[in-house]
Design a protein around this ligand. Structure first.
Ligand SMILES: Cc1cc2nc3c(=O)[nH]c(=O)nc-3n(C[C@H](O)[C@H](O)[C@H](O)COP(=O)(O)OP(=O)(O)OC[C@H]3O[C@@H](n4cnc5c(N)ncnc54)[C@H](O)[C@@H]3O)c2cc1C
Length: 163
């Protein structure tokens, strides 16, 4: 379409390049968003494991529950580190297409794993609106599709591996 030169955004005939730059920022903002959400899902699950008593003790005393929560903590921590690393690269204006795809796919899938285990820890209550876990579960499922699906992120990473 014809646009007056005073109304041109960015450089002429470089639209795709500008769009790609914004995709990196979108992937960063999604990684940050799901990392915060995953942290909340973990916090809810930890509190529930401390409060809920079965067989005479809080379920958080069962090693199987502790290990689930430990894995969730690992996932949240790794998500945070990938997000911080991407933020640093964006700030420094470094090329970060690969790192943006890595952060988006990892953090979105980590959030889904955290929400899934959170559902398991909350048991039957996880399905009720009394706790936010079912919301996390639904939200986390979408994050593997929107803003670049996990499949497309992997294709992008593979391209950066020269494949
Ligand atoms: C809640 C929500 C909010 C959204 N918000 C926005 C928004 O604000 N702005 C916006 O522009 N879009 C938005 N989207 C759209 C989103 O980006 C698309 O849904 C997503 O990119 C997938 O496209 P599609 O739905 O057409 O699925 P399809 O492209 O039909 O994909 C279907 C399946 O095939 C896979 N697939 C497709 N192509 C390939 C390929 N080349 N290689 C391997 N696998 C492939 C996909 O990964 C997926 O698993 C939103 C979607 C949702 C669910």
């Amino acid at each position: 379409m014809r646009v007056h030169k005073d109304d041109l955004l960015g450089q002429l005939n470089n639209g795709w390049k500008h769009l790609m730059t914004n995709l990196n920022k979108e992937r960063f903002s999604l990684a940050a968003q799901v990392t915060g959400a995953a942290q909340h899902a973990l916090d809810v699950a930890v509190q529930y494991a401390k409060d809920r008593k079965q067989f005479g003790q809080p379920i958080g005393k069962f090693q199987v529950i502790q290990h689930k929560l430990a894995d969730m903590q690992v996932a949240v921590h790794a998500s945070r580190m990938l997000t911080y690393d991407l933020a640093r690269r964006l700030d420094a204006k470094l090329d970060c297409r690969k790192e943006a795809s890595i952060a988006k796919v990892y953090c979105a899938e980590a959030y889904h794993r955290v929400a899934d285990e959170g559902m398991q820890i909350l048991g039957g209550y996880s399905m009720t609106p009394d706790f936010p876990m079912e919301r996390h579960y639904r939200d986390s499922r979408i994050m593997r599709i929107g803003g670049g699906s996990s499949e497309v992120m992997r294709t992008s990473i593979a391209k950066d591996l020269g494949l």
